[in-house]
Design a protein around this ligand. Structure first.
Ligand code: DOR
Ligand code: ZN
Length: 354
């Protein structure tokens, strides 16, 4: 039996409020616990988007009633909430600020760079701005971080040019950190015959070439965090004529990486750095005393959507053979998950910015 710290996932879409047929605070935190994640940071592209006091309260009320593991909620950067000096009480109640600079699921999107400036100038510098920014817009976001001398965390990097750019920026002292998702390390755009076709393969950023994937693995030391970007949409939605982008990931991230550790593609120390130590430091998350995850390292099994707690009903890793199963999760002294059963009640989860 292997004991790990309680894992932190800095990038999760709860779908609550507004799209609870896909997921809600209850099911997403069950999926988290089953995956060894005890603290998740929730993205703001809900319905309505979370961007002011009223919508933050709405998300946090739902979380307070339903969440079974710990959490914090991001605020979204919109066109009209850029002056954070007018709303000084809000940022300390949030995980940080999320800026959508490229197109994806939901309404939050800042096209015009003049809209970026007030956010970079006024969002408190002790918390990172997290940017969905791909390729050249990533270069622009990193320039903004340098100009305004503030921390910027790049979400879900997927390309060779991106990891090399972040490496260069870090070497020059820009306060930039980044995360990568399992699907951008274990899947590529040339995957065929894997059952991951059509709408099921849609995700933003898109799956990249094998050369990009290889480059991410080669530059793992540049990457600060592993994050799921758990983005549940139902199997029916994914198979429709208008498939929304996104993959679930909370219940597959740990077995995928433990299998990679077994294959010597990374060390266990690196896994703990990227799934616990670094997200804790970057997002200034508090200690969770008496918290750990027990894993049966040798358990071999196939990933099955039918065994998952997420409401979305599918996984891009269906049938993958992995080693390493979460046996028990203890959060703040309570056994919250054991042998396939969720034991924490709704409401046990705490807002770590509460
Ligand atoms: O594939 C994605 N889905 N990428 C995103 O950035 C958003 C997410 C979602 O919310 O579904
Ligand atoms: Zn996302």
């Amino acid at each position: 039996m292997l004991t790990l710290p309680g894992l932190i996932d800095p990038h999760v879409h709860t779908r609550d409020p507004g799209q609870t047929h896909k997921e809600d605070w209850d099911t997403v935190t069950q999926a988290a616990l089953a995956g060894g994640v005890v603290l998740l940071l929730a993205m703001p592209n809900a319905k309505p988007p979370i961007f002011d006091a009223e919508t933050l309260d709405l998300a946090l009320q739902n979380a307070k009633q339903k969440a079974r593991c710990d959490y914090a909620q991001f605020l979204g950067a919109g066109p009209n909430n850029g002056d954070w000096n007018k709303n000084k009480d809000l940022p300390p109640r949030a995980a940080g600020l999320k800026m959508y600079l490229d197109s994806t699921f939901g309404e939050l999107r800042l096209n015009d760079m003049t809209l970026w400036t007030p956010h970079f100038q006024t969002f408190p510098k002790d918390l990172p701005i997290v940017a969905h920014s791909e390729s050249r817009s990533m270069a622009a976001a990193i320039l903004f971080a340098a100009l305004y001398d503030r921390p910027l965390h790049i979400a879900h990097i997927s390309l060779k040019e991106e990891v090399l750019l972040i490496k260069a920026a870090k070497e020059r002292g820009v306060k930039v950190t980044c995360e990568v998702c399992p699907h951008h390390l274990f899947l590529s755009s040339s995957q065929s015959g894997s059952g991951l076709e059509g709408g099921r393969s849609e995700v933003r950023p898109r799956l990249a070439t094998q050369e990009d994937v290889d480059s991410l693995w080669e530059n793992l030391d540049v990457i600060d965090c592993f994050a799921t970007d758990h983005a549940p949409h139902t199997a029916a939605e994914k198979d429709s004529d208008t498939p929304p982008p996104g993959f679930p990931g909370l219940e597959t991230i740990l077995p995928l990486f433990l299998t990679a550790v077994r294959e010597k593609r990374l060390s266990l120390e690196t896994l703990i750095e990227k799934m616990y130590l670094n997200p804790k430091r970057i997002f200034r998350l508090p200690d969770q005393p008496e918290t750990w995850v027990e894993v049966d390292e040798n358990a071999a099994y196939e990933i099955r959507a039918s065994e998952q707690f997420t409401r979305c009903g599918w996984t891009p890793f269906e049938g993958w053979k992995v080693r390493g199963r979460v046996r028990r999760v203890v959060l703040r002294g309570k056994t919250c998950f054991e042998d396939g059963k969720i034991l924490a009640p709704p409401g046990y989860g705490k807002n770590v910015r509460g």
